[in-house]
Design a protein around this ligand. Structure first.
Ligand code: SF4
Ligand code: SF4
Length: 154
């Protein structure tokens, strides 16, 4: 298990199956004040909602963000810079997928290959408008995968 904590405190196999609350020494009060515990790394990790969840063998890392570090920057309008397109390793158009999901057109993102997204987070990282590209693309991908499963079950 490769794990790390913000602040250079490395974790080890000894932490396996222990609750994240114990492992991270992060209180619920701290989380309520804007802190975040991320399961996984800074790019692909997901915020952990319940710190009673244990560290598992699949936990690639634990990242703690405190105070201002955890705050998202305010999203503004897309300026069509295409930086998200340039960094996408799968050759997708993140700005388009994000916009379609935002407009309620998630099912129509299938031909735009939303399911090819590997959720690397690069598009959201470079976006100067701080748009939640990955969040929206994940929603679209989940919707399309649901449609695919229903279609295959027929
Ligand atoms: S998160 Fe998906 S859409 Fe964004 S850069 Fe990575 S693969 Fe491309
Ligand atoms: S990086 Fe952000 S601002 Fe630039 S085109 Fe993509 S979504 Fe729009």
């Amino acid at each position: 298990m490769k794990s790390y904590e913000y602040g250079q405190h490395h974790l080890s196999e000894d932490w396996l199956y222990l609750p994240l609350l114990f492992v991270t020494h992060t209180s619920f009060q701290e989380l309520a004040q804007g802190g975040k515990v991320i399961g996984g790394g800074p790019m692909m990790g997901r915020a952990v909602a319940n710190l009673d969840a244990p560290v598992t063998k699949g936990t690639s890392g634990v990242l703690i963000m405190r105070g201002k570090e955890a705050l998202r920057k305010r999203a503004t309008a897309c300026i069509k810079c295409a930086k998200c397109v340039a960094v996408c390793p799968m050759g997708l158009e993140p700005y388009l997928l994000s916009k379609m999901v935002y407009k309620g057109l998630a099912p129509q993102t299938e031909p735009e290959r939303v399911t090819d997204c590997i959720e690397c987070g690069s598009c959201a990282y470079v976006c100067p408008a701080h748009l939640p590209l990955l969040d929206r693309i994940r929603l679209g991908k989940a919707e399309v995968l649901k449609i695919c499963r229903a279609r295959n079950a027929k």
